[in-house]
Design a protein around this ligand. Structure first.
Ligand SMILES: Cc1cc2nc3c(=O)[nH]c(=O)nc-3n(C[C@H](O)[C@H](O)[C@H](O)COP(=O)(O)OP(=O)(O)OC[C@H]3O[C@@H](n4cnc5c(N)ncnc54)[C@H](O)[C@@H]3O)c2cc1C
Length: 289
């Protein structure tokens, strides 16, 4: 079976490539190592700019708000002893959501356009034979890497940032249409603790740092204790236990001559706050124009 495009990685960047290319009539296959229900380690904060990009690309984003998600109309930042609240302009609505729901939605858009997805397929072998790209048992004229911050072998390139995130189920007294950020270390601005509403009584809590540091897990526990737990009204539990993962700032295209790469693979994560979904969408749309 020969495809016009084989896309390795079926998350944000890969699904948007598949959506846009299939829409243009190309035959696309996306190979994804995880199952469709896999919950990626993420904050689940999708900014209104990311949603605007999707809408500009022809994706109807309203159904995302009908899922078990939260419409977000502002954010609250705790920094250096002061609190700043920003309310977004009219029409600027961000989204808090579990990644399996968001990624599932994007894959559905790509499938509607005719893209094929193959899940639980971890790509092991990529060979260009002078004419076509042979990716395990499949072959395609073009190949797009959308594999995220780690290398194909699972290694972490220099320069990646790191986040630790968990999902907490529980009722709180927090505002359910705000993203919360705590810049808890006055000596180092490039890390923060967040609490994002992502569903009914569901909160994504986590800590991002531009550089990995040994006490990260300890800082996460401390912030959880000080910033989040006092807001809980009664019993709580983790829906997903906290786990750490890297974010893509290093452009891995440098290591694969002439390759097409998008999203975290191409180092498109924001250096200042770690947000990567906008960059993943932008880069995918840019190479599939
Ligand atoms: C803790 C944490 C919190 C974050 N919070 C936010 C946030 O709130 N908002 C935001 O905008 N960004 C956030 N980010 C960043 C965001 O998650 C990424 O920038 C975004 O997911 C990048 O999308 P991508 O498609 O490039 O890569 P990924 O989402 O990493 O997708 C890569 C895909 O490739 C697949 N893959 C990899 N290797 C193979 C292989 N060999 N074969 C088959 N498939 C493979 C993976 O399974 C994965 O599905 C966060 C990141 C972390 C780690």
């Amino acid at each position: 079976m020969k495809y016009d495009y084989i896309i390795i990685g079926g998350s944000v960047a890969g699904s948007i490539c598949a959506y846009n290319l299939s829409r243009k009539g190309y035959r696309c296959l996306v190979l994804e190592q995880h199952s469709p229900n896999y919950e990626k380690i993420c904050g689940g904060g999708i900014s209104f700019k990311a949603l605007e990009l999707l809408a500009q690309a022809g994706v109807e984003v309203e159904p995302l708000f009908a899922l078990d998600s939260k419409a977000i109309s502002g954010h609250i930042i705790y920094k250096g002893g002061s609190v700043t609240e920003k309310v977004y302009k009219d029409g600027e609505v961000s989204l808090g959501i579990q990644r399996n729901l968001f990624d599932g939605f994007l894959r559905k858009q790509a499938k509607k356009m005719g893209a094929e997805f193959c899940f639980e397929h971890k790509v092991q072998n990529v060979v260009f034979d002078g004419e076509k790209n042979n990716v395990d048992e499949y072959s395609g004229n073009q190949l797009i890497w959308a594999t995220g911050a780690r290398t194909l072998e699972g290694k972490i390139p220099q320069g990646q940032s790191i986040g630790i995130s968990g999902q907490v189920k529980g009722r709180t007294d927090l505002n359910e249409d705000r993203f919360y950020y705590w810049y808890y270390d006055p000596a180092y601005e490039s890390k923060y603790f967040w609490v994002f509403p992502i569903g009914k009584n569901l909160w994504n809590v986590g800590l991002w740092s531009r550089q990995a540091f040994p006490e990260m897990r300890y800082d996460y526990e401390g912030c959880l204790e000080k910033c989040f737990l006092p807001h809980l009204k009664d019993e709580w539990d983790y829906l997903r236990n906290p786990k750490a993962e890297f974010l893509g700032h290093y452009d891995q295209r440098k290591d694969h001559v002439g390759c097409f790469g998008v999203g975290d693979f191409a180092g498109t994560c924001n250096q200042v706050n770690g947000g990567g979904i906008i960059g993943a969408i932008q880069s995918a749309l840019a190479i599939t124009i």
